[in-house]
Design a protein around this ligand. Structure first.
Ligand code: AMP
Ligand code: MG
Length: 316
């Protein structure tokens, strides 16, 4: 274990994570901004803290491959890659098992999860002691470079975090390779610490489907992306027959067939935490559509509105 961090600090950090706090920790790639992946509000706090205008799916960290197995559906390819490259800088995108305890917000509403076992003693110890899957993007503000020292994290996010574990500089300093195994042909979504040729040596040809922050991935690649089947109507201020209402604030219009609150207290973090689960729960054939009350465009509201606008966009 790293000599820089005494074990009681790890125990404290693990407790803070279980209590819903954000803890930055070192991995071999970059420093991660960790939250209990089963806690919707803690995951919402990650997006709030990073200041990202969009929800992107997060990588879920586990201490061992054995523990990772309960959070994704492993096929032969996944087993082979896990045996070869874990612990290490490879994230596997796998189908999410039914009844997964992981927050839907952590995978931005997708039916898949990206799983990784980091190769860093401090990270592994923290994950073991926490006893929960930990969602962790890089510990930087949106648009800034990924941090490779605890000092970078402190400068950028210091006062917003419950704890920062200092493990010294990161060894790899480059993000993990993200490999999508939800389809018949494996697809590299992001290049990183494990090379394409090393992956192909293990499982045969893979394709590249690199993510572009400014363009949604092609529909085929988004096959596992959840899109509501009902029509979504934004900025609703009145009722249409048979609609269900996704409400925000304590003064919703009346007369809807059903109503669920993103947040009664107009709390954007609570609304983000509830968003994906509520969209799914209202997406039922007995309603004619889902009306959504106006959500302010500030803070997490920007990411909530981005997701709602895409859910409301006409589909081909
Ligand atoms: P970061 O949070 O900076 O480590 O980046 C995580 C990367 O993994 C991003 O490129 C995400 O889009 C990708 N990712 C995480 N989960 C999924 C998923 N379920 N499906 C597709 N890509 C994912
Ligand atoms: Mg990042």
């Amino acid at each position: 274990m790293s000599p820089l961090v005494p074990s009681h600090e790890i125990a404290t950090a693990a407790r803070l994570l279980r209590d819903g706090g954000l803890v930055a920790f070192p991995t071999e790639t970059v420093y991660g901004l960790g939250a209990d992946a089963t806690n919707d509000q803690a995951v919402a706090a990650i997006f709030e803290t990073k200041g990202r205008p969009r929800f992107n799916p997060l990588i879920i960290h586990l201490p061992t491959a054995n523990e990772a197995r309960s959070f994704g559906e492993f096929d032969d390819r996944a087993e082979r890659l896990a045996a070869l490259f874990w612990p290490g800088p490879l994230s596997l995108v796998l189908p999410r098992p039914p009844h997964s305890p992981v927050s839907l917000l952590a995978s931005a509403g997708l039916d898949s999860l990206a799983l990784r076992v980091p190769d860093h003693p401090l990270a592994v110890k923290l994950l073991k002691e926490t006893g929960r899957p930990v969602a962790a993007p890089s510990a930087n503000r949106s648009g800034r470079v990924s941090p490779t020292t605890a000092e970078h994290v402190r400068e950028e996010l210091g006062e917003r975090l419950a704890a920062i574990l200092d493990g010294g500089p990161c060894r790899v300093g480059l993000e993990s390779t993200v490999l999508d195994l939800t389809g018949p042909v494996a697809a590299i979504l992001r290049h990183g610490g494990v090379t394409r040729s090393a992956i192909e040596a293990a499982i045969g040809p893979v394709m590249e489907a690199l993510e572009d922050d400014n363009a949604p991935r092609s529909p085929g690649m988004l096959s596992s992306h959840y899109a509501p089947s009902l029509t979504i109507r934004l900025n609703a201020e009145n009722v249409r027959p048979g609609e269900a209402l996704l409400a925000f604030g304590d003064n919703p219009p009346s007369g809807f067939a059903d109503i669920r609150w993103l947040s009664r207290a107009s709390d954007l973090r609570e609304a983000a935490a509830n968003l994906f689960a509520l969209l799914r729960s209202l997406d039922r054939p007995e309603f004619s559509g889902i009306a959504v009350m106006p959500i302010p465009e500030t803070g997490l509201g920007a990411a909530i509105n981005d997701r709602l606008r895409r859910a409301a966009a006409p589909r081909g």
